[in-house]
Write a protein that binds this ligand. Structure first.
Ligand code: PRX
Length: 566
């Protein structure tokens, strides 16, 4: 590949301050991601460049220059300020992928508030848990989702403001306000809040095995990592048209679906529609997408639909493909080479890491099925699960461990420092994943090291599902585990122990499913419920989901020494 600086050359003398220099910021000075993504780009003379092309589900297209993004995000920041949103307040974004979601994030950051993006597909319970935890002050939403917000408002006292981006003021209730960005007086100049490196920026909720979802708290300094990884791994260049098909409810959709492209002054396209191979290829062809960041589940779906839909289109515009979220099967890389003439480059990272930490770098030899090598500035290894010492034997499986201190590392879990601390052992941050490293330094993913379920690249914690199940009158106990799936890699399966007096059967399964459907997001919905007489537990009474999971996967059950006997 021409014009690509080699991985080895990037490693030489690497220092994160390189990113600071290119962005014109210093660790002690003001740093505001919202400003860097819009005002700075305009000051570089790119105000009239298209920053954002949005296509709605019905095919409507809206185009925004960087200057328009600057003014609209100013307008939103001023609007929040007028309504009493102060610096540090949490403002939730609860919308489909409409322009207000993208501009909203930038505006919230300019105001100095903390953005809390949540999937609009969340059910009211999933929403409520996160709003309660963050003590969110305001939520920006659409009419179509307001009913979910209304249903939880009585139990979320911190939530004083609901801003609705469509439909005007009609029918709104007290505490609900219309937010029509186009109708608001445009704010040409806005005094961006003087945030600095360590000012909190985004709160991204992620699920673990136990307890409620945790808010990974990021800061404005994260932009240094996001900027450099966008340039060097996603390889964005001034003339690129970039498409990241992740939703900003997920960290990929903010780090690389908003910040990465805009802080590098790149034109990005967004489609507010779900998966369809025909529509996706048409979208790439129509907008002349050059760089595409996708996910293995989507790639598997595209593979399933075969080469015919690809052949109908002229996709010669594509020049670089990347993937994240789950293991990218070697077949996916080989297939994309065949049909697009380009391999998907697997990248590995997490909500907590804030940016790509292990990647197949452009120009690097790809070993299909491997996640590649650590990004410059990232010290990554695999450690022994008992001693937490690095494993030096190539091919031996251990826990993925990172040396803390890169710019976009989460700073804590929101008001949960104990769980945050528990992620560190022997000076390493543990990702909760298992992998091995080969003799050439390539990382090979093996699996999660906990009970978290990865369905289509989305992490689902068993706790939320089990909590919803237990609310049903018939359920005494439950356990949610992963079950293999050829498209989503994993789906949720629930095991349920019934209370006395209830009989297992299809009718009850349907009734429980309907009951939890209102509470959970579609992603977290079990595909199947199995009624069992009891659940495997440790002597201390903890459910051992690993045993249930191993059975689903047809794997050996492993160490059961702490599991209670019959
Ligand atoms: O288990 C790993 C898996 O997704 C987890 C992180 O999920 P989340 O915080 O939702 O962020 C996802 C997008 C950044 C990881 O701990 N994961 C992510 N990328 C890969 C992966 N598993 C295998 N290969 C990957 N490339």
């Amino acid at each position: 590949m021409t014009g690509v600086v080699s991985y080895e050359d990037r490693l030489k003398g690497f220092d994160w301050s390189l990113g600071e220099k290119e962005l014109g910021i210093t660790k002690d000075g003001p740093i505001n991601i919202g400003w860097l993504c819009t005002d700075r780009i305009c000051r570089m003379g790119l105000g009239q460049k298209t920053g954002f092309i949005w296509e709605g589900s019905e095919g409507a297209v809206r185009t925004y220059t960087f200057d328009r993004l600057r003014v609209l995000s100013n307008t939103l920041a001023r609007f929040l300020e007028k309504h009493g949103v102060a610096a540090g307040d949490r403002v939730c974004l609860f919308m489909d992928r409409v322009p207000e979601l993208y501009i909203g994030l930038i505006g919230i950051l300019k105001r100095g508030a903390i953005a809390q993006p949540l999937f609009s597909a969340f059910g009211e319970d999933s929403l409520k848990v996160r709003i309660l935890d963050a003590e969110t002050k305001a939520i920006i939403t659409q009419r179509k989702h307001i009913f979910k917000v209304r249903r939880m408002r009585d139990s979320t006292p911190s939530l004083t403001h609901v801003f609705v981006v469509d439909g005007g003021a009609e029918g709104l209730k007290p505490g609900e306000y219309p937010l029509d960005l186009e109708a608001e007086p445009p704010v040409e100049e806005y005094a961006v809040h003087p945030t600095t490196a360590e000012t909190p920026s985004i709160l991204h909720y992620t699920s673990g095995t136990t307890g409620k979802p945790k808010g990974a708290q990021h800061v404005h300094y994260s932009v240094v990592s996001q900027y450099l990884t966008t340039k060097w791994v996603l390889d964005l260049k001034p003339d690129d048209i970039y498409w990241c098909n992740a939703d900003p409810g997920w960290v990929t959709g903010t780090s690389y679906g908003i910040i990465g492209p805009w802080v590098t002054g790149t034109t990005q396209v967004v489609g507010d529609f779900g998966f369809s191979s025909d529509r996706w290829y048409e979208f790439i062809e129509k907008h002349r997408v050059t760089v595409w960041y996708s996910a293995p589940t989507a790639i598997r779906l595209l593979m399933r639909d075969g080469d015919a839909p690809v052949k109908k289109r002229d996709l010669s515009c594509l020049r670089h493909l990347c993937s994240v979220g789950e293991p990218l099967n070697a077949e996916g890389v080989i297939w994309s080479r065949e049909v697009f003439g380009l391999p998907f480059h697997d990248t590995f990272w997490q909500t907590e890491t804030g940016s790509i930490v292990i990647a197949n770098y452009p120009g690097m030899v790809i070993k299909p099925g491997s996640m590649g090598k650590p990004f410059p500035g990232i010290t990554a290894t695999v450690v022994d699960p008992k001693t937490f010492e690095p494993i030096t034997v190539p091919g031996r499986v251990g826990l993925i461990a990172l040396r803390p201190g890169w710019p976009s590392m989460m700073r804590t879990y929101w008001r949960n420092p104990t769980t945050y601390q528990s992620k560190f052992k022997n000076g390493w941050y543990l990702c909760g994943d298992r992998a091995s490293i080969d003799k050439d330094g390539y990382f090979w993913f093996v699996g999660r090291d906990d009970d978290v379920i990865n369905t289509g690249g989305h992490l689902v914690g068993p706790f939320e599902i089990e909590s919803a199940l237990i609310e049903h009158k018939s359920v005494a106990e439950s356990a949610a585990v992963a079950k293999p799936d050829h498209v989503n890699m994993e789906v949720v399966k629930a095991f349920v122990v019934l209370k006395p007096g209830f009989e297992p059967g299809d009718d009850l399964e349907l009734e429980i499913m309907n009951f939890i459907r209102k509470r959970l997001s579609p992603l977290a919905m079990p595909q199947e419920i199995e009624f069992v007489a009891k659940l495997p537990k440790t002597r201390s009474g903890k459910i051992v989901r690993r045993i249930l999971r191993a059975k689903e996967f047809g794997e050996p059950i492993g160490d059961v020494s702490t599991v209670m006997e019959d």
